[in-house]
Structure formats: structure tokens, C-alpha cells
Design a protein around this ligand. Sequence first.
Ligand SMILES: [Zn+2]
Length: 149
Amino acid sequence: MEKVYPAAPLEAPKGSGDVEATSASPEHQHLLSPPAPPSYDQATATPAETTGPGEGSTPATTTTHHTVVVVPSSPYGPEPMDIQCPYCHNHVRTRISYKPNSRTHLIALLLCLFQLYCCVCLPYCISSCMNTNHYCGMCDHYLGTYDRK
Ligand SMILES: [Zn+2]
């Protein structure tokens, strides 16, 4: 029995790939420059009333937006606190651990710059140079951070 191979097309049809990029001619827009009114006191402090012809007589509504920036202050302080844990709902005293923040690294970097290499580890040992993380004393959940400014 003879196997009949399907005749594959040897030559791919050569598409005409020469597509000329049609460069659109830029349209020249004629901008009409408004004629400057001959006014003597243009820079004076008298406010000129500009009433548009199509605007009518709509009273200008002055809307003042008061942007209130609410800074969420952390309720946690530098000391262990008696709170109700939102996870295990027990009244517990938080367990704190100190965590170096960017200010801690900055002090260490400054100590390096002044070649006080023996004191570099000091800001990592002083708790007042670090943030205070609060954890639940019962379930050990992370509760919040007292961020030192
Ligand atoms: Zn808890």
C-alpha cells in the first residue's frame, strides 16, 4: 500500500509587502489672532467685567472646597496597653517589640559618616529610636505600630 503524502505547497505566496507609508500632508490651520483692544490701563487693578454674549446673566457661584486631611492617628503608644484584641476579643495587655524604622537607619548612617563605627549599633538598641509594634498577648496577632516622629 502506498502512502500518499499530501503535497505541501513549497512556495509561499509572496505578498506584496511594499506598503508605502502615506504621509498625510499637515493641514495648516489659520489661527485668527484676536485683535488687541486699545486700552490704556490694562495693568491697572480695576477688575474688568467680562460678560460673554452667550452666557447670559448667570450669577457666579463661589464654591469653596474644604479639603479635610484626616490623619489616622495610631491609638498605640510607646508603652504596653490594655486593649480588647480584635482577633481573639480578649482584654489583654499588648506585647511590644521594637522595630527599627527609617530614622533608625538614618542615625546609623550618620554615625557611619562621622566614623563612629562603635556607636552604629546604638540606635538599634535604644528603643526610643525605633517604632513600637504591639502584639496581642493572647493570640500574638499584630495589632498596630506606634510610629515615632
Ligand atoms: Zn488576640
